[in-house]
Design a protein around this ligand. Structure first.
Ligand code: VGL
Ligand code: ZN
Length: 197
């Protein structure tokens, strides 16, 4: 059983959004077309309360894209984005959300960011996705979406480390590419045994 994991195809990560990824909207039609080839389709949604600790605005003197130290490790500080219930947190209007079996939200814990669809950034707190996939008999995942070097990367590495066969369709992803993050993400995914297609 093979699932398509569609990571964070939300307005704030598309051109015009608060944390826009260049070309983020170009992948939507291809993702919709790919959905039919999978046994299950799961969407993730970045979903932060206002004042979230990953926002630069929550840290005195910090600017977006600064790096800070959190109790769980280094953390990039982002512009405010994907605030619960906002238009920016909504899926891109062209995304075929009706085809999704499951929508998993992440990043709602005010103290911990969650790039991965499987674990929060403390690498301990599960989102529940692993159990969902296992109980549905899914052993293989293909990942697409935004951003390739952050949430897609973390989700793909965790999937592989949890024992799922994992591949990323890089043509259906776009990257932020902050200070070499795309090269780092590519090596991390390859090192974890993720196939980049
Ligand atoms: C993401 C930064 C902050 C992502 C989410 O979806 O890649 N990046 N929150
Ligand atoms: Zn976020």
């Amino acid at each position: 059983m093979h699932a398509l994991l569609v990571i964070d195809v939300q307005n704030d990560f598309c051109p015009g959004g608060a944390l826009a990824v260049a070309g983020g909207d170009e992948i939507v039609a291809g993702i919709n077309a790919a959905m039919a080839s999978f046994d299950a389709v799961i969407l993730t949604q970045d979903w932060h309360p206002a004042g979230h600790s990953s926002f630069a605005s929550a840290h005195a003197g910090a600017a977006p894209y600064d790096l800070t130290e959190m109790p769980y490790g280094p953390q990039v500080l982002w512009p405010d984005h994907c605030i619960i219930g906002s238009a920016g947190a909504a899926f891109h209007p062209a995304l075929d959300t009706a085809r999704a079996d499951m929508i998993i939200r992440k990043g709602y814990n005010p103290e911990i960011d969650s790039y991965s669809a499987f674990f929060e950034n403390d690498h301990k707190t599960p989102t529940g996705l692993e159990g969902y996939l296992r109980t549905r008999g899914i052993n293989e995942v293909t990942l697409v979406g935004l951003a390739l070097d952050f949430c897609v990367n973390y989700s793909a590495v965790d999937a592989a480390q949890l024992g799922f066969r994992a591949q990323v369709r890089t043509d259906l992803c776009r990257a932020i590419d902050l200070n070499g993050s795309l090269d780092e993400a590519t090596s991390a995914m390859r090192g974890a045994g993720v196939t980049l297609a």
